[in-house]
Design a protein around this ligand. Structure first.
Ligand SMILES: Cc1cc2nc3c(=O)[nH]c(=O)nc-3n(C[C@H](O)[C@H](O)[C@H](O)COP(=O)(O)O)c2cc1C
Length: 193
C-alpha cells in the first residue's frame, strides 16, 4: 500500500447528494479504525441527505474525519496532485457528481479531487446510487471506467444470507476498502455451496 509522508494512508472521502449517506459515514468510521488519514469533502446536497437520512448535521459529519474541506474551497490541499493521497472514494455518488467526474468538470472541490485522482492515476471508487439508470448515467459510468475509475454501486450480496441493512452496508464498505488496498479490510468471502 502506498503510504504518504506520515505513515497513515491518506484517503479522500467525498459525500454527494445521492441517497445512502450511511455509506460515507461508515467508510469514515472504518478508515479511522484502519488508521487512515481521512480528508472529507461533502457537497451541500450530501450534507442535506445525511441530515434527512441519519439526522447528522455538517459538524457531526465532519467530526468523523481528520480533515474537512469546504466544497467551494478549490484552493484546498486535495485540489492538487502534488498533495499525495492513497485513494479517493465518493460515497454515495450522485448522478450529477458522476457526470462531472466523467467529463472532467471540476467546478467544486469534490469533483476537482476526483479529477486529480484520475489524472494522477490513483484509485478512485464511485459508490453510485440511482435507479433506474438513463443512458447518460450508463455512458458516464463507462467514461469513468475507461479512465481507470471504479464504479461500485453498493448492491447487497444476497448470497451471503439474511443480512441486516447494517451488515449489507458493512459488507459494501469492506469491499471498497479492499479495492483501495486497505490491509485490514475484511469483506465476506464466498466459501462455496
Ligand atoms: C432525498 C434525496 C435523495 C436523492 N437521491 C439521489 C440518488 O439516489 N441519486 C442521485 O443521483 N441523486 C439523488 N438526489 C438528487 C441529488 O441530491 C441532486 O442531483 C444534487 O444536485 C446532487 O448534487 P451533488 O452531486 O453536488 O451532491 C437526491 C436528492 C434528495 C433530496
Amino acid at each position: 500500500m502506498k503510504r504518504t509522508k506520515g505513515s497513515a494512508p491518506r484517503v479522500v472521502v467525498g459525500i454527494s447528494g445521492a441517497s445512502g449517506a450511511i455509506y460515507g459515514v461508515r467508510l469514515l468510521e472504518r478508515c479511522r479504525q484502519a488508521g487512515c488519514e481521512t480528508h472529507l469533502v461533502a457537497s451541500p446536497a450530501g450534507v442535506m441527505n445525511a441530515h434527512h437520512e441519519l439526522g447528522l448535521d455538517r459538524s457531526a459529519l465532519e467530526g468523523l474525519a481528520d480533515h474537512c474541506h469546504n466544497p467551494a474551497d478549490i484552493g484546498a490541499t486535495i485540489a492538487s496532485g502534488s498533495f499525495a493521497t492513497h485513494a479517493m472514494v465518493i460515497a454515495p455518488c450522485s448522478m450529477k457528481t458522476l457526470a462531472a467526474v466523467a467529463h472532467g468538470l471540476s467546478d467544486n472541490l469534490l469533483t476537482r479531487a476526483a479529477d486529480v485522482a484520475l489524472k494522477e492515476r490513483r484509485k478512485l471508487v464511485l459508490m453510485v446510487r440511482e435507479t433506474p439508470f438513463n443512458l447518460a448515467h450508463l455512458r458516464n459510468m463507462t467514461c469513468v471506467t475507461e479512465m481507470g475509475g471504479i464504479v461500485f454501486p453498493p448492491l447487497p450480496a444476497f448470497y451471503l444470507g439474511r443480512l441486516t441493512i447494517d451488515e449489507m452496508v458493512n459488507d459494501s464498505v469492506e469491499r471498497v476498502l479492499a479495492l483501495i488496498g486497505i490491509e485490514s479490510a475484511a469483506p465476506e468471502a464466498w466459501t462455496g455451496l
